[in-house]
Every structure is written in C-alpha cells, then in structure tokens.
Write a protein that binds this ligand. Structure first.
Ligand SMILES: Cc1cc2nc3c(=O)[nH]c(=O)nc-3n(C[C@H](O)[C@H](O)[C@H](O)COP(=O)(O)OP(=O)(O)OC[C@H]3O[C@@H](n4cnc5c(N)ncnc54)[C@H](O)[C@@H]3O)c2cc1C
Length: 804
C-alpha cells in the first residue's frame, strides 16, 4: 500500500468510487480509496439501481441529471458497462395535492433543461401497461432516469479513476485517524499507515463510526428497505421496450422492469431503524431477514395499483440497510473544526446523486469552493441540535415520507419542539402556529380566537391566508411584534476585529453606533451571506444573519482564520430578539427607553446599548418590513420580561403579533430578497443588487477581484420582483420564467402582497429582459399566468416610511 497520498477516500461504495474518480479527474492523481472489504459491499451492491432527476431542491435535481448523464462518460473512460436502462420515469398522482406537485415539477423542469410533461393516464399506460389507472388522476413523464447496475456502475467509476492515476486498496480497514499538527492525517489501517493531506468519509453504513474517529457525531442513521422481484409477467412478454420506471405516490411504491418480471419497492410508514447504535464491523455483502408480515399491507397496495404483479410469484426478496440524514439529503463538505476532513455520506440515492456529489466535493477540495450552490446538501445545514436522539426520530420520519410530496406550508411534527425561546409558551398562548428553523421554534402566523391554530397542507392558499393578510395590514397601519430569536447571531470582538471583518465582508464597516448591511462573498465573488453588522464599539460587533446558516457561517468565519486578537462566537443561544415594526413603533418603544427615539436623534441603522424596560438590551433601528422598525436584543433571562413590557406598552396602541408568513409578504412588497431563498451561493452582488452595499474602494476583501470583474461588464442576470396575474396560488420556488415559450429564468420566492393587493414572485431573468413592465409567463400549478416586472418596490418606493 502507498505510504502517502494527497487524499484518502474511505469507502468503496458508489459514493466513494465517484469521489475517487472526480478527484483524479480534477487533477489529484495521487488519491487512494481504501475499502475494508470488496467494493460495493456496504449498501451499494443490493440497491435497486433506480436513477431519476426528481428532488424538491432544484440544485440537487441538476446534480442528479449530471450523475445520470455521467454514466456514458465513465463507461467510455473505463470500458466497463454501467448496465444502463435509460427508460425514463413516470410519476403518478392520486390526489389533487399530488397533481399540483407534479405540475410544479413540470414547471421547474423547463429551466433546468429537463424533458418533462404532464400526460394523460392513457399515455401513462402506454409507458407502463401494469398500471391500474382507476387509482390515479394524473401522471408526469420525464425523459431522464431509468436504472443501472450498481456493481457495474461502481466498478466503472473505479476503473475510470485508475486510468487517471487513482488507486484502490481493497480488504484494508481504516482503524483510526490521527491529525498531525500541520492538519494532515495519519490514516491507520490494518495493513499499515498512510499519510494523507485530506481524508474523505464515504463510509456509507459506517459513516457514523468514521465520524467518531475524529470525534464528531454525524446525523446519519440506516433504515431497512425492502423490494421484491416478481416472476416473469405475461403482460411484458414481447414488448419492444421495457416499461418506464414508475413512482406511485399514493401507494408509496416504485416499480420497474427487471428482466421479464418487475421490481417493486415500498417506503412503508413505520420503517425499521437498522443498527441504531453501532454498525457491525463484519457486515459485508449481506442482506437482512425479510419481514413480510410487517410489509404485506404496503405491498398489497402495490398489487392493487399494479394488479399483474399480484398474479405471479415472487422470485426474490431483498431487505437491505442504507443511510439517511434527518432531512433525506446527503451530508457533503468540510466539517467545521476538523481540518482537511471531508464527508460525503448519508446518500440515500447513490445512483442518482453519487456523480454530482463527487463533482462538487472534488471542486471544493481542489479549488476551495463547490462551484455551485449546494446548501441543501451541505453538512453545515445541521448544527449541535442534530443529536443522536434528534436523528433517531427524524430519520424514520423522513423514511416514512420518502414518497410523500412535501407541501410548501407543511411543518413536519417529529422531534418538536427541541429548541424553544423563553417566550415560546407566551406565543403559543397568543395563537402561534410554529415552524422550526435550525430546530428552533418560531411563529409562522397567529391564529386569532375562533380560528384553529393549524393549517391544511396545500400548494394553494390555505386557511392562514386571511389571517396573514390581517397581520400584514395591522403592521402597516399600526404596530406589530415579530420574534427574531431564530436569526443567526455572532459576536466578533477583540483588537483585530475591525481589520479582520473588513477582509471577510464586502461592505464598508459601520462606525461605532451604526449598523450596515453586510454581504459576504466567496473567492469566486458569489454570495455566501447577506447579514447585518452592528458596530457596538471599535472592537465589538454584533452580526445577524439567517438562522438556518449558523453552522455554515461559523465554518466560513473559521475558514477565514481569525487571528489571535479576534474572538468570533455564536450568540445564537445567548441573545434573544424581537422586532417592533409599523408607524406606531416609535411611540410604543419610547415608553420603555430613555434614549430619544425621534427621527433626527435615532436614525435608520443607528444602534445603541440601552435599557428597554427592565432589560439591558442592544437596540437598533432596522427591520425587514419596510416600516419604521426597531430590533431589540437581550439575554434569554430578560427576554420574557422584555416581551411582557412590550405587550403592556403596546396594548393601547393595538400591538399585534406577526409571524414569518407576514414577513415574507411585507418584504416582497418592498422588493427585499432573502438569503437562502433569493440570494444563494449561485448569485453575485450585481445580480442580486447587493452590489450597492459592496465597498469597491477597499483594497482587500474576499471575492473582490471577481466582484470588480463583474462590475466592469455588468451582471448577466438580475433579481427582479414581478406582479403575477392573480389566482388561488402563489409561486413556490424554482418555477421557470417563460418568454415566448422559452424558459429564460427562474423563481426564487413568492408571496401574496396583502397591502398592495397583488400576487408577487421574485426571481432572476437575463439583464436585458429585466425592464420595468416587461412581461413574462410563469406556469403556476399548470396554469400559465402573466408576470410583470416591477423594478420599483410596490410599497413605499421612496422608503419614506422606513426613514420616517
Ligand atoms: C434495498 C435497497 C434498494 C436501494 N435502491 C436504490 C435505488 O434504486 N437507487 C439509488 O440511487 N439508491 C438505492 N439504494 C441506496 C443506495 O444503496 C445508497 O444510496 C448507496 O449504496 C450509498 O453508497 P455509499 O457509497 O454511500 O455507501 P456504502 O455502499 O455503504 O459504501 C460504504 C463503504 O465503506 C466501506 N467502509 C466503511 N468503513 C470502512 C473502514 N473503516 N475502512 C474501510 N472501508 C470502510 C464499506 O465496506 C462500504 O463498502 C438502495 C438501498 C437499498 C438498501
């Protein structure tokens, strides 16, 4: 075995094989894959080999398409067939909600360049004559997808990697990992030690154990999964083509052809966790005992929906384990605090996702950047909250919902509540309907007396619609309170804080007592954060951003290597916050503070440390509603008292609570984009409009060269807000924006603008098309609706209320 390597990939399943290939392809020929047994011997060998481009997240869909298209390439490079059956895919809907979901997929697919259409059930039967169409109301067909041979595909990756210099050690077990002072690793195996600059955990079923080797607890767990292969079906005899791979959402069943018979698998509601505490060392090329008694009712649904399957015998049954993260997406990327340690695990659809994971991870390792937005599979989307208990509850929930379509207004119930703010019970008593962000409960909307605090999952307007309207109108007319505890918060302090922040952020740093909007760029000049920065003193800053990105931003900060005289820490759990917004916000707050809040004395973006009622607090004049507004931060021990004081002071002013839904509406009326939805690492300052907060005169900041280059030629596309012809549904995200029948852009977020009386959609279109009044069309749940660009905010375009 080699004594040293640039990178050691631990695990020879389909994911490790892809990572090896991509690292070799990007030019790291000195890479070594170590596999404790035979290649594929974990969960890979017994997979059903299905591949498809469907994912709720468009960037992952795109990577899935890359994976499927890649197979021809690795076949050519390696000479090893992947056993491809590029049959395409069918998705069947049995309810109106499922049909909406298929229509949404169709609308999204156009911009992604995927061939997809809604088809009749008769056409669906032509693609798959086994379907009993009486159980369904609609179907979607997609050209991409099919199935492959798991072993052939894994070997094709490995052989292709070998042609590029990569090497493989089979039957070699990694026993431990020891970090050297310089950040490199001693990879200790049962056949000797390899010194490696980087280590990648692709250990699949053992990813948890390979995490323990460096002292981390990855949120990953294996579930048992069954599929059956039937005897030959007379219905398939003599057909020129195989049937199209079919997903039945109502039945939670997938079906594809396997030689003359069919393969049918189910994601049952009460799945079984496999090896909850430790994956056995000696598990290799093994299956698990079948449990037909438990699974019979679910397969019977399949036999009703595809009756021919029930008329023949079962040739083979497979029960095998494979791993999931709590939200079902993979865990990819570097781990904060563990230098040169990378993960590519919890991949539950290795044959759809393995190639894309290899691509982005190899770029990330070799070039310092994944090269595209992969937030949805970044390991940093989980923080300390993802404990083993959380994972043990969330993974089975996710498994049981694998084939349930996720409604945009749906909040999943398992492992809730985990993180609660000190006013959680008070907000619940005020009617709050909660969502969870980074496991922290936060209010989405407030059910008034007489309205149930719950919501029907739907792609269209729900019973919350009129309630959210009332919240929005109350904020614009009077004053509202919104809890901001779920924002990500960081304190940066020390003598070197200002100089370091000046390099890390692209904005001009605020002076003491001021707050600035603070974009953060990666070296490629793309947005990795849209935060606000309050300068409390020359050597002390409060930085606030998206709550979901806490771990992502902390990793970013640590990558920027704060010097010894700079201290960066998360204050997510040590500061709680509330925002007061509306024309009467000043009047309310002045009752609780001694500082003069008059417009001249306490201007927009001013910040001070002062008492608010009983609470020592940080008070900033800022907000996201477009109204006069204040943000107040205090420690959790004072927070309930602060809330009580605000409610008391606001009672006679008609203070209302408002939640995240109202905020989404209010901010879009003002044309404000939000990080995660509208601004992501695919976008640039010029495209987003955040260039107005970039200090191009600074001599140095991360991403400066790329941002300057963009400024010189202008952005290729622009973030816009459109007014959409009204109907009963708003855009959700990633729908294609069409011009003359061609997809020219895509939607990033939407909401009904309750105070401007318009359905609103935000998204990106080519710069040349981003003109006031320009007309587009957006397919919203199957209906083409006209969308008109509004370059000025629809509400208070001069910003008079904000500055008032
Ligand atoms: C019944 C079933 C059906 C499935 N059907 C599909 C499907 O149709 N389509 C699809 O895309 N996916 C399917 N999957 C999921 C698919 O199998 C996984 O996504 C995929 O196998 C994950 O691959 P991996 O490389 O991450 O993990 P694994 O295949 O588990 O590979 C990890 C490897 O790491 C090695 N390893 C672990 N620890 C060490 C160590 N300390 N030292 C050295 N080596 C080590 C192991 O031996 C193993 O070979 C199915 C899974 C099951 C169980």
């Amino acid at each position: 075995m080699k004594a040293c390597a640039r990178a050691v990939v631990i695990g020879g399943g389909v994911v490790g094989a892809s990572v090896l290939y991509h690292l070799a392809k990007i030019g790291w020929s000195d890479v070594l894959l170590i596999e404790k047994s035979e290649l594929t011997s974990g969960s890979t060998w017994h997979a059903a080999g299905g591949m498809h481009t469907f994912n709720g997240e468009a960037n992952i869909s795109r990577l899935q398409k890359y994976t499927i298209d890649l197979y021809r390439e690795i076949e050519a490079v390696s000479g090893q067939p992947c056993g491809l059956h590029p049959n395409g895919g069918l998705m069947l809907a049995a309810t109106a909600g499922e049909l909406d979901s298929l229509r949404l997929i169709c609308s999204r697919a156009r911009y992604l360049g995927m061939e997809t259409e809604m088809i009749s059930l008769e056409e669906a039967r032509n693609f798959n004559p086994l379907i009993d169409t009486r159980h369904f109301i609609g179907a979607l067909w997609r050209a991409d997808g099919g199935h492959c041979d798991p072993s052939g595909t894994t070997n094709a990756y490995v052989k292709a990697a070998r042609t590029l210099g990569g090497s493989v050690e089979r039957f070699t077990r990694v026993l431990s990992l020891t970090a050297r002072r310089d950040g490199t690793w001693d990879v200790v195996t049962d056949k000797g030690t390899v010194h490696a600059e980087h280590v990648v955990n692709c250990a699949g079923l053992w990813a948890r154990e390979v995490g323990h080797m460096v002292g981390i607890e990855l949120p990953v767990l294996a579930m048992e999964h069954h599929y059956l292969i039937t005897e030959d079906l007379p219905e398939l005899a003599g057909r020129a083509k195989e049937i199209v791979n079919t997903t039945d959402y109502a039945g939670e069943i997938y079906v594809r052809q396997e030689r003359g018979g069919a393969l049918i698998g189910t994601y049952e509601p009460h799945g079984v966790v496999w090896s909850p505490l430790k994956t056995p060392d000696d598990f290799s090329m093994q299956l698990l005992p079948e449990d037909f008694e438990r699974l019979a009712p679910y397969f019977e649904v399949g036999f009703r929906h595809f009756p021919a399957l029930g008329r023949v015998g079962i040739r083979k049954a497979v029960n095998g384990p494979f791993t999931f993260a709590p939200d079902g997406n993979p865990l990819v990327g570097p781990v904060r605090g563990v230098r040169n340690y990378w993960v590519a695990c919890a991949v539950m659809a290795g044959f759809s996702q393995g190639g894309g994971i290899g691509l982005v991870l190899s770029r990330w390792m070799a070039e310092g950047d994944a090269g595209q937005d992969i937030i949805s599979m970044d390991v940093a989307r989980f923080g300390a909250f993802a404990t083993p208990k959380y994972t043990a509850i969330k993974v089975p929930e996710n498994y049981s919902r694998r084939f349930r379509l996720a409604y945009p207004n749906e909040e999943l119930p398992a492992a809730r509540p985990v993180r609660r703010s000190p006013i959680y019970d008070r907000l619940k008593a005020a009617g709050a309907v909660m969502g969870a962000n980074f496991a922290l409960e936060h209010a989405l909307w407030f059910a008034p007396p007489g309205v149930a605090p719950s919501e029907t999952p739907t792609y269209r307007r729900s019973e919350a619609f009129p309630v959210v309207r009332a919240e929005c109108q109350a904020v614009r007319r009077g004053v509202g309170l919104y809890e901001t505890t779920n924002y990500g918060k960081y304190e940066v302090s020390g003598r070197g804080a200002r100089a370091w922040l000046d390099r890390v952020f692209a904005c001009r740093l605020p002076r003491p007592g001021r707050l600035a909007l603070a974009p953060m760029l990666n070296p490629a000049g793309r947005i990795v954060g849209d935060l606000s920065m309050a300068c409390l003193a020359d050597d002390r800053y409060l930085i606030v951003g998206s709550g979901f990105a806490e771990e992502f931003h902390l990793r970013w900060f640590s990558r920027a290597e704060p010097p010894p005289d700079v201290c960066v820490r998360s204050v997510a759990s040590t500061l709680a916050g509330v925002s007061i917004a509306g024309p009467r916000a000043r009047e309310l707050l002045q009752r609780l503070v001694r500082v003069d809040l008059s417009a001249q004395a306490f201007r927009l973006f001013q910040v001070t440390e002062t008492a608010v009622g009983f609470a020592p607090a940080i008070l900033a004049r800022a907000g996201f509603t477009g109204e006069l507004g204040y943000e107040i931060w205090t420690t959790p021990d004072y927070f309930a008292t602060l809330y009580d004081d605000l409610c008391e002071a606001g009672r006679e002013l008609g203070l209302v609570h408002f939640g995240g839904r109202a905020l989404s509406s209010l901010r879009l009326e003002k044309g404000y984009g939000s990080f995660n939805k509208d601004f992501r690492p695919d976008h640039t300052p010029g495209e987003t409009g955040l260039d107005r907060f970039v200090d191009f005169d600074k001599s140095e900041f991360t991403g400066r060269a790329a941002a300057l280059a963009e400024r010189a030629v202008g952005p290729k596309r622009r973030f816009i807000v459109m007014e959409v012809a009204d109907a009963d549904a708003e855009v959700i995200g990633y729908e294609s924006i069409m011009k003359d029948g061609v997809a020219v852009g895509y939607v990033t977020s939407g909401a009904y603008g309750h105070c401007v009386g318009k359905s609103l959609a935000a998204g990106y279109v080519p710069t040349a098309l981003a003109r006031e009044g320009a007309r587009f069309e957006i397919d919203i749940l199957g209906a083409m609706r006209s969308a008109t660009v509004r370059l000025q905010p629809l509400y208070d375009p001069q910003g008079l209320r904000l500055r008032g």
